[in-house]
Design a protein around this ligand. Structure first.
Ligand SMILES: [Zn+2]
Length: 271
């Protein structure tokens, strides 16, 4: 089968991580918001929040037969920010994913520093990030919230607020389990770092290939023209995609971007 998304994680990885994280979420929190601290406590993992400057977002350590998670509030604000929650869930991933835990226990990586939030190209880091998004945004709960709701950027915003997750983690999660096909693209310095789309998203080949941001998209205009619209914009199929049928070149899509310094998160969908 042709590979649909950029080389983010295999379908097998995603499915097994979702199953693992969902069962943990369901077990500890059949109702209400997922609290990573409680999951740690129930599994005899100790944790601390500290000031570690720029050295890592989070770290899990196996020492004297015990696991300990460090969360760096210098990089993540305070203990209850979305990023601190996500980092905590990511570190739990290193505990719950068998191969990661075994590596820690066997001393292959006795302590493991992480920079979280889908910024890392390393496969183990992406697995832990994916685990975190599945844990914090459990499939059955999110699907209930989306039931019969029309897609717009505010749906992602609402979910992010309810589950206390970032827009990017929420949008990625929605692309996997939501009720409307979307594509999520993260670009930096006018280059695509990753993109990910729902299985039933209409197009999957980007206009300029996997790495170059297409110029006429909202993301492209930010990098090239410093335009920074706050609202959802209209783009056309031919702006983002290649292999567009002649009759579909002006097919309308929506693009909503979040801009942060040299980075853009684009959410793209068709109404
Ligand atoms: Zn990690």
């Amino acid at each position: 089968m042709e590979k649909k998304n950029s080389d983010f994680l295999s379908a097998y990885d995603k499915e097994s991580l979702n199953e693992l994280a969902s069962s943990i979420a369901e077990f500890h929190f059949p109702r209400g918001l997922i609290n990573p601290e409680i999951i740690a406590e129930k599994n005899n993992i100790t944790y601390s929040y500290g000031n570690y400057e720029d050295s890592f977002d989070g770290l899990i350590e196996f020492k004297n037969n015990k696991f300990h998670i460090y969360i760096n509030i210098d990089r993540l604000g305070h203990a209850y920010t979305e990023r601190a929650r996500f980092t905590f869930a990511h570190e739990l991933g290193h505990f719950f994913i068998d191969s990661h835990r075994n590596a820690l226990v066997q001393g292959k990586s006795p302590s493991h520093c992480s920079f979280t939030g889908f910024v890392n190209k390393n496969r183990a880091e992406r697995q832990a990030d994916y685990f975190a998004s599945c844990l914090l945004l459990p499939e059955s709960k999110v699907q209930k919230d989306c039931y019969r709701r029309k897609f717009s950027f505010s749906l992602i915003q609402g979910l992010a607020k309810k589950y206390q997750t970032s827009i990017s983690a929420t949008a990625l999660r929605f692309s996997a389990i939501g009720n409307h096909p979307i594509m999520v693209v993260y670009s930096k310095n006018n280059e695509i770092v990753w993109y990910w789309s729902s299985d039933d998203f209409l197009y999957w080949k980007l206009k300029n290939g996997k790495y170059k941001v297409p110029e006429d998209t909202v993301a492209g205009e930010y990098f090239n023209l410093s335009r920074k619209p706050k609202n959802t914009q209209i783009v056309f199929a031919m702006d983002w995609f290649s292999n567009v049928w002649q009759s579909h070149t002006n097919r309308e899509f929506k693009e909503h971007c979040l801009f942060h310094n040299n980075q853009v998160l684009s959410i793209v969908w068709e109404e």
